[in-house]
Design a binder for this molecule. Sequence first.
Ligand SMILES: Cc1ncc(C[n+]2csc(CCOP(=O)(O)OP(=O)(O)O)c2C)c(N)n1
Length: 346
Amino acid sequence: MAVTTRPGSATRHASLGLSLDDLKGMYRYVLMTRLVSERILQLNRMGRTPFGAGTDGHEAAQIGAAWCIQRGKDWTVPYYRDMGVAFVLGFSALDEFRGVLAKATDPNSGGRAFLNMFSSPKDRILSRSVLVGTEFPHAVGLALALKLRKEPFIVFAFGGDASTSPGDFHEAANFASVHKLPVVFVIENNLLAISTRIEKQTAVKDIAEKAAAYAMPGFVADGMDLLDSYEKTKLASDHARAGKGPSLVELKCYRYQPHTSDDDDSRYRTKQEVEQWRARDPVKGAFAYLLAAGVSEQDLESIRAKLADEIEQAIAQAESEPDPRPEDAATHVYAADAPLPDGTRA
Ligand SMILES: Cc1ncc(C[n+]2csc(CCOP(=O)(O)OP(=O)(O)O)c2C)c(N)n1
């Protein structure tokens, strides 16, 4: 985010219709996402969590885009890296740690699924599988239902750059465009699919170019910049809200952590590459912008201190809670009155 340091000199948010309170709210989620993501990796290295998938580097993209979602009205289909999106939609740090620690209290699956399979009917978050790209046909189905029911809301379908390679994405985009469905495809392009670089993934320069094949608008945003991510996603969501059909927003960002806690990223990228991207750290960018917009350093420090406290309490609380019971393994897998594969009933 291009900023000057003089307080009051940054005004871009105002031209986008965002208040200082919006900015502070957005920054809180940006920082919360970073702090939780870092703690998950630390806990994993200490042997206290089995697995993690870091969000570091995606914060501005996720929070900027999620700020366009009407909570509890629009539907959202996040992907597994979208912790920041889930936080904006109502998930707490405690919810996240319950999932990461696979506790019975995990709101997504009672601790029985892969982490970050965000699920909340009340917040209109559709649970998805970890299979890359499979969320898009489901999201388009939701958009069709909204249109048929004449509900004035829209669907946000999130995915990584690689999720635009499988057929699911193309079938979904084609169907959505033919039927002018109210859906925004939000693609977080971090240039990597685990170890596969973007040039080996797709032949186009910008993922947003893929929109042209389905006669829908494609927007490119600097995903390291909170306000650019907000602005471009807002254009796309306004398009859907106006009944003009789907569009695609590409948020160009970078993943700082390995793909997951099980990945050795030194095998496919250099430390220098990561350091170069760290120079554009979206959390620091947001911090600098808020200062320049006139938010005081004490305000920002108080947001950080409260979050740090909340996160430590959430970890302690989640760790103290029970694991799922073995006898609950089939709960919600089979209908309550359906026979199990061995012929018995649950
Ligand atoms: C259909 C399918 N193929 C392969 C995988 C294994 N896999 C998990 S994540 C991933 C990379 C996805 O990259 P991208 O969509 O760009 O998102 P990112 O993880 O970089 O945020 C792959 C190949 C999978 N989950 N689903």
